[in-house]
Ligand binder design. Sequence first.
Ligand code: AMP
Length: 193
Amino acid sequence: MFNLILFGPPGSGKGTQSANVVSTYQLQHISTGDLLRDEVGRQTPLGVEAKRYMDQGLLVPDEVVIGMISSKIDESPEARGFIFDGFPRTRAQAEALDKLLEFKETEIHLVISLIVPEQELTRRLIGRGATSGRSDDTEEVIVKRIKEYYAKTEPVSDYYNAHSKLERVKGDGNIEETFRLITKEIDKYLLPV
Ligand code: AMP
């Protein structure tokens, strides 16, 4: 099993690059943003609670997200591995993920951190807002999401760096160029299918 985290600020290309990684390496994709938007769309109790945070650009409480991830991992016992996209976003989530994987006798092998300058993030997210239909892609919420990232999520990279699992990849080029840099890192662990 090979488990990867695609790490980076909102707008760094995690979603786009996850899709490329999934089709090349056949990993099971887990995006907490997608899972939460699905709950919101179905107006489940979890979704109704999560929406209050998401619409303000704030992180959803750890226990909500961790519970969701745990059942998602259990749904795919035969997976070749997982790619986590938008998770973990706090130190508590990172520690919870380590425990969940340890229980399954596996671990996180690699964390790829996409590096994109803040100006470029804002430009991309505002551009995406025109078509995404996402209620959190407005200029006001985008600023809050990026702030939340630097306050709570970026420090999580230190956690993985301390375990020698972090690789920084330049993410401000075009999609193909960034994907080539990502595959260079993954290929050290896993061959494309
Ligand atoms: P994303 O699609 O990854 O940009 O996530 C959209 C929103 O969902 C975020 O701004 C948060 O409100 C929420 N969210 C997604 N993933 C997480 C997570 N791992 N922890 C807390 N909140 C999350």
